[in-house]
Design a protein. Sequence first.
Length: 89
Amino acid sequence: MLSMQDVIDYCDLDRGEIEAIAEHEHVPMAVAAEISEILLCSPEGVCQLHTMIIENMQRALEVGQQQRVLDLIRTYEHLQRTHPLPTRH
């Protein structure tokens, strides 16, 4: 049986990014890991992933979850480095 860490290690995202998908989509981490693989297959999916994390930050700000906002900022910074928004040509 695979552990959650095995699933995360298989993905091209880190734990924080997968947690952000799970939070946004209201799904378990294992399902979020599967979703992450689909999102990373296209420029549109990468854009959706960026949007999910930004929307999570907005919700955390609205309810005053300052620590969650800071965690999501670090997650988003990592996402920007590893999977930047696609550029138009």
